[in-house]
Design a protein around this ligand. Structure first.
Ligand SMILES: NC(=O)C1=CN([C@@H]2O[C@H](COP(=O)(O)OP(=O)(O)OC[C@H]3O[C@@H](n4cnc5c(N)ncnc54)[C@H](OP(=O)(O)O)[C@@H]3O)[C@@H](O)[C@H]2O)C=CC1
Ligand SMILES: CC(C)(CO)C(=O)C(=O)O
Length: 336
């Protein structure tokens, strides 16, 4: 039986690992002791937006905070936040056996490359998680929106495909992941807006002023991508370039045409909002920061994404969590 290691047991790691474990895969979780305590007291409760529910007792869960746990793995799913990738890469380099397969199920563009640089004797693949996972309480993780896991195609994945199929999380494979990663990053430009709004995603995206903020950030990125000759993949029925005009529609029309973006659990927030709530460093430098790096490469500027990054950094440094209204944030971004 393939041995799968979740490296960074948090929202995404516990959810995907929990689904794999519930369907009979051998899974070991590596994470922080606080998560280990939760899982050893409560076990794992996994659920999804379709009504799926899986309960795993503490006795079924192999959890450790020791990186050496990964030594036994055939497949490692890296699910730490981007700020933790370099450290995870160094730990995995010391632990993993040659030939192990590593998938980065992280947002941003550069995490797989950081892992690859440290893991020359393993296969490292870019992955993408399109859906949101809400932590509903200790040991309880809920998939709050739809979407399939996407990953760079490789023959080395073959031994594990059945594990994901059985778990109900089939892997969609792509020869080139960059267009997929950029398409996801365009959605993730909302992470900063959602974190600054301090509201659930559904509530935030139901308001025109916040959607106009997102349209500004996406339009800026799309213009740069066009100049760079990068065509983002189509992750929704609408091509990426049509999304900003749809975001700018009045609420009722948006609900009609962009309604899928509102098909999300009413409590779900972006992972960046979770980070601000937990007073952790966010991934803003790996999301909006990528737009700034692309702009720099092209000799252009990206003032809207630069302003969002500055505002998120200010929120990280502040004791009080900001709650920007849509109108105030829009005025700030329009003035950028
Ligand atoms: N949450 C979501 O809905 C979605 C998240 N994503 C992406 O998935 C990735 C994971 O996000 P998410 O699950 O929310 O993150 P979480 O912060 O919930 O989970 C990551 C966990 O890994 C732990 N960790 C970090 N470094 C190590 C290490 N070296 N060894 C062991 N444990 C470690 C973290 O601890 P500590 O905090 O102490 O560092 C944390 O508990 C991110 O790139 C995110 O953008 C993508 C789609 C949706
Ligand atoms: C799924 C999505 C786009 C929003 O929750 C996300 O990737 C995140 O929160 O980081």
């Amino acid at each position: 039986m393939a041995r799968i290691c979740i490296y960074g047991a948090g929202s995404i790691g516990c959810y995907i690992g929990g689904r794999l474990l519930a369907s009979g895969s051998g899974v070991a979780f590596v994470g922080r002791p606080r998560i280990g305590d939760e899982l050893s007291e409560r076990g794992l409760t996994i659920s999804d937006y379709r009504g799926g529910h899986w309960q795993l007792p503490p006795s079924a869960i192999a959890f450790s905070s020791d990186p050496a746990t990964a030594a036994a793995a055939d497949l490692v799913l890296v699910t730490v936040k981007s700020a933790g990738t370099a450290a995870a890469a160094a730990e995995l380099a010391a632990a993993l056996r040659p030939g192990a397969v590593v998938i980065s199920f992280q947002n941003g563009l550069g995490n797989a490359e950081i892992l690859r640089a440290a893991l020359a004797r393993q296969t490292v693949l870019e992955g993408m998680v399109p859906f949101n996972v809400v932590r509903r309480g200790p040991g309880a993780f809920h998939q709050a929106s739809e979407g399939k896991l996407e990953v760079r195609a490789s023959f080395d994945l073959e031994p594990f495909l059945a594990n994901f199929d059985k778990a109900g999380l089939p892997l969609v494979r792509h020869l080139d992941m960059l267009p997929v990663q950029w398409a996801k990053l365009l959605f993730n430009l909302n992470n900063a807006i959602n974190a600054l709004a301090n509201q659930p995603l559904k509530e935030e995206l139901s308001q025109l002023a916040y959607r106009r903020c997102l349209a500004l950030a996406q339009s800026e990125a799309l213009a740069l991508l066009k100049q760079a000759g990068i065509k983002p993949a189509r992750l929704t029925p609408l091509p990426a370039a049509w999304i900003p005009p749809v975001l700018r529609l009045p609420d009722a029309l948006f609900a009609l045409l962009g309604g899928k973006m509102l098909a999300i659990d009413p409590l779900a927030r972006s992972s960046m909002s979770d980070d601000l709530a937990a007073k952790r460093a966010t991934e803003v430098d790996w999301i909006n920061g990528e737009v700034l790096r692309l702009a720099e490469r092209l000799g252009r500027s990206a003032p809207v994404n630069a302003r969002l990054r500055t505002l998120v950094h200010a929120a990280e440094a502040s004791d009080a969590r900001p709650s920007w209204t849509g109108e105030a944030l829009l005025a700030e971004l329009q003035a950028a």
